[in-house]
Design a protein around this ligand. Structure first.
Ligand SMILES: [Fe+2]
Length: 608
């Protein structure tokens, strides 16, 4: 047996992964354990979990792999500072101690985290090599083209290459400071959202706007070549030496200062979102066409933070030249932990690779499960009232019945998802046909006034009934359209109407999951990866005829997705979730004794 620990840390979404004999047996993000969203600290808890999942002691590990090359990254930091000095001194002085104290001493950190019991080698693949490996090795393809795009690794911000057999090879890179991820983050910042977190919101905001500034962006900010490579005009950005993303010139170009976080969202922000989204999609498509022409491949693998742009992914699938696409569900830096470990296995140890169907990611259900006894011990200690179901079919049927009756159900079962999306194991579920569902879920459960609709989980065999074009999207990484037969004609010409009002107009017969442009961020569910989640949707379908559920992550705004029974019960008790399923236990809200601490709970998590 060969066990390899993969680690990613110190930027955002630190994570650990364990690969045994080439199989990904465990992977988790540190934030789920520490309850600090996007936690960047060394992933001690995630490492401990991975070892515990496999019943391994540190001395039984054969190799460890870190997802990038810290010295090269530090070199980029120094070079960038020197190029702009003395500008940027303040931000440089802020990060320098962190590098000197910890980030340059990864082997020491790994030794410490493994209680000094590990004696084996530590490998440091390049950042984009880790992304590429995380995209290709778990994919179902024997051969594929690979594109990675993110903020920045060491120097590279994007790369393309090929995967064949047990090798991943990068052919071309784009280097810092020219970065599509950082361009998107600059607009995230400028529109008042949190960088490395609010990019999703910017994407969700885009359908409300017109791409009015797209030409201006192309003219002033970014020079895009036919092959999808690009050059960013640094006079508009401040990320090289400042603590901000954009410069004063940027604000001048777009007619005034950035939106303050939490301030009212105006048409300008919506248009900016639509514009940068259009430019991003353009680059993704150009790059896909170029890479396909260069490689002649029919399959494409994607990773890097930009691959979480599911609207762009959907367009690459529909309009791009590739027949098949596979995207690493933990496409951001967390997934680098998997990539690094798989590089050690396939490249360093030269082990062969046999692609598996539908893939080797195991539905991304790679995190900790909840042990039945622990659940009951917790529920008893909290004085909770619950019913145990010996028969899973009976429980799923009951959940289907509750959902059909309009109740909102928190569902915790099986192993936690790896990556930013909840895929049914740590999810809050509801009826997508209910026009009020979206508002109730946002205001009474997530405690947010959101302009984004929720995502649909659809029975795989019924995708064509609800979405057009239908696609296979098990990881909720592709946006497609709601089927025209299900759409309702509505006029958007209502003066004085706010953005939120627009979202409340029922645009289809599944309004809670239909965006203003009639798109939907689809998850397809088949019985293979999560039989239980499939059964729940089936039970709902049996009662209602509807093969779709609303699926939103089980958390409140700013909170990492729930991990343990205690996290889930608290979130259930302090929100308007009506029922909670914890493996074989069902708690109904009306049966529960009151629980203190609701106000502190809501204040605990910073808005994202
Ligand atoms: Fe990255």
């Amino acid at each position: 047996m060969t066990a390899i620990l993969g680690i990613s840390a110190f930027y955002h979404d630190s994570a650990a992964a364990l690969v045994i004999d080439g199989e990904i047996v465990a992977a988790a993000q540190e934030e789920r354990f520490t309850r600090v969203k996007h936690d960047e600290r060394f992933p001690q808890n995630a490492i401990d979990y991975c070892l515990a999942e496999a019943g391994l002691r540190p001395q039984q590990l054969d190799a460890a792999a870190f997802y990038d090359k810290p010295f090269l990254k530090f070199h980029r930091l120094m070079e960038t500072y020197l190029a702009f000095a003395p500008r940027g001194l303040r931000s440089f002085m802020k990060v320098l101690p962190r590098w000197l104290k910890q980030r340059l001493h990864v082997p020491k950190e790994i030794d410490k985290s493994l209680a000094d019991a590990y004696e084996g080698p530590i490998y440091f693949p390049a950042h984009h090599e880790s992304h590429a490996a995380s995209a290709f090795f778990p994919s179902p393809f024997a051969r594929a083209a690979i594109i990675t795009m993110d903020g920045v690794g060491e120097w590279a911000t994007a790369s393309w290459g090929t995967g064949e057999g047990n090798r991943v090879k990068l052919h071309k890179e784009i280097h810092f400071p020219h970065s599509l991820g950082l361009l998107y983050s600059a607009f995230t910042y400028f529109t008042g959202f949190r960088v490395n977190s609010g990019e999703y919101k910017l994407m969700g905001l885009a359908p409300y706007g017109e791409p009015k500034y797209a030409d201006l962006i192309r003219r002033e900010l970014i020079d895009i070549k036919e092959d999808g490579s690009f050059w960013l005009n640094q006079k508009y950005f401040d990320y090289c030496c400042g603590l901000k993303m954009t410069s004063r010139k940027f604000a001048r170009l777009f007619g005034g200062p950035r939106r303050e976080p939490e301030a009212y969202i105006t048409q300008r922000e919506m248009d900016l979102a639509a514009s940068v989204q259009a430019v991003t999609e353009d680059i993704m498509l150009r790059m896909a066409r170029h890479v396909q022409a260069k490689t002649g491949m029919t399959n494409l693998c994607l990773a890097g933070g930009v691959a979480l742009n599911c609207v762009g992914n959907g367009r690459v699938l529909r309009e791009g030249p590739f027949e098949n696409i596979w995207i690493q569900p933990a496409a951001g830096d967390a997934g680098g932990a998997i990539g690094a470990a798989l590089i050690a296995w396939h490249h360093v140890m030269a082990q062969p690779r046999t692609p598996a169907q539908p893939d080797s990611q195991h539905g991304s259900y790679l995190g900790p499960g909840c042990d039945g006894e622990e659940i009951r011990t917790y529920l008893d200690s909290a004085g909770a009232r619950y019913t145990r179901f010996a028969d899973e079919d009976e429980l799923c049927d009951k959940v289907g019945e509750l959902l059909a009756a309009g109740r909102i159900v928190g569902h915790v079962a099986g192993r936690m998802e790896f990556g930013p999306r909840a895929l049914g194991h740590r999810s809050i579920l509801g009826d997508p046909r209910n026009p009020q569902m979206q508002e109730t879920m946002n205001l009474k459960i997530k405690f947010r006034e959101s302009f984004r609709p929720f995502a649909p989980s659809c029975l795989a065999e019924r995708t064509g009934d609800y979405f057009d074009p239908p696609c296979d999207s098990p990881y909720m990484l592709l946006v497609t359209g709601v089927h025209p037969d299900r759409r309702k004609p509505v006029s958007d010409e209502r003066p004085g109407e706010s953005m939120i009002d627009k979202l409340h107009i029922a645009r289809s017969d599944i309004p809670a999951v239909t965006h203003v442009d009639c798109s939907a961020r689809l998850q397809t569910v088949d019985g293979g990866q999560s039989p239980r989640y499939y059964k729940i949707i089936k039970a709902f379908e049996a009662r209602t005829g509807c093969g779709v559920l609303v699926n939103t992550s089980f958390n409140v705004r700013g909170e990492p997705i729930v991990c343990t029974a205690a996290d889930a019960y608290r979130c259930f008790m302090f929100t308007n979730v009506d029922a909670l399923v914890l493996e074989d236990c069902l708690c109904l809200k009306e049966d529960q004794p009151p629980m203190a601490g609701a106000e502190e709970y809501k204040k605990r998590f910073k808005p994202d």
